[in-house]
Design a binder for this molecule. Structure first.
Ligand code: CU
Length: 226
């Protein structure tokens, strides 16, 4: 994600989806809280005591006010309105969550990478069998192609880790004996970071590595020499 002013441009399809959810909830939160605070301010100002105006406050200490019947129509409207808002959010958010979780497998330009987490480095295994291991201290060049659906099949060789690429809003557990998957499709060339985001021992802080996204042709040239 690149930050320029207040405009955030997503560098991958998964982060684009994540930011669309973020902005949706941000806008709804802003509108709802503005309405709520505005309503309170309106009531405070419109009902404030003023010189020469009789006090219309009917609530007296020690006296229980009699119950008044509410306005049925406005209650029904409010319930329907909130139901539409919440079911609408649900209808949009759930497919978005599935979209980020589930790789669109068996597409033509798909690259399947096996990812091994271990104390305290990441190993990436390419379809041709090439293995590369890297961390913050002993770093290796790791390249991936842009504009390609990349599926990461993740597991751990020892303890529990977590595979995280914040720039793409990709994050999945790396557990020994368990295979988990994450995916993305990156549109901007550059260097990004893979982190372990689960405390996994003394070297946890060094368990991150740079990965490079280059054009598909540059990637082909790099991987064919391996
Ligand atoms: Cu770790």
């Amino acid at each position: 994600m690149f930050v320029s002013g207040l405009v955030l441009a997503a560098v991958s399809v998964t982060s684009a989806k994540w930011w669309s959810l973020f902005y949706l909830y941000l806008i709804i939160g802003f509108v709802a809280s503005s309405f709520f605070v505005g309503w309170i301010l309106y009531l405070v100002i419109s009902t404030r005591p003023r010189r020469g105006r009789p006090n219309t406050n009917t609530i007296k200490p020690g006296v229980i006010p009699s119950a008044t019947r509410g306005k049925t129509r406005s209650v029904i409207f409010l319930i329907l309105f909130l139901a539409i808002v919440f079911y609408g959010l649900f209808a949009y958010s759930l497919p978005a969550a599935y979209y980020m979780r589930q790789a669109p497998s068996h597409t033509a330009n798909e690259l399947v990478i096996t990812v091994y987490a271990q104390q305290w480095a990441w190993t990436f295994k390419y379809p041709n069998g090439y293995n590369v291991t890297s961390n913050a201290i002993h770093s290796s060049l790791i390249e991936f192609p842009t504009n390609t659906t990349i599926e990461f099949n993740v597991t751990s060789k020892d303890v529990m880790h977590e595979f995280s690429i914040p720039a793409f809003d990709v994050k999945v557990d790396a557990f020994p004996g368990v295979w988990t998957t994450a995916w993305t499709n990156v549109n901007a060339q550059g260097t990004y970071q893979v982190f372990c985001t689960e405390l996994c021992g003394a070297g946890h802080a060094y368990m991150w590595t740079n990965i490079s996204f280059v054009s598909p042709s540059a990637y082909q040239a790099w991987i064919s020499g391996k």
